[in-house]
Design a protein around this ligand. Structure first.
Ligand SMILES: [Zn+2]
Length: 97
């Protein structure tokens, strides 16, 4: 592929505080805010990531496993912008925070 143009789309945005396009602009990223289990229980990154019980353990394990599946995994421990979701992308750079 020679060129990807992305402008004027709701998905086209820059990385917070940095003048470059987010991987979201290339449809290579997903933001995950939580999970609903079979039994209806909800697990929220915002509410449960720092929980010392099973919900927190679940989310921390998901985060750690995501690091081996995706190029970039960012969560609440990274910065305040990610307090309510996991950012996962396959943009080619590596980060696990
Ligand atoms: Zn994101």
């Amino acid at each position: 592929m020679k060129e990807i143009k992305a402008f004027g789309s709701f998905q086209c945005r820059t990385v917070a505080g940095v003048k470059r396009l987010s991987e979201h602009a290339f449809a290579k990223a997903a933001d995950i805010s939580g999970f609903v289990l079979e039994d209806g229980r909800e697990i929220s990154v915002l509410k449960d990531f720092r929980n010392k019980g099973a919900k927190g353990d679940f989310l921390r394990e998901i985060h750690d496993r995501a690091c081996s599946l995706f190029d970039v995994t960012l969560g609440p421990n990274y910065n305040a912008d990610h307090v309510n979701h996991f950012h996962l992308d396959v943009g080619g750079e590596y980060a696990c925070r």
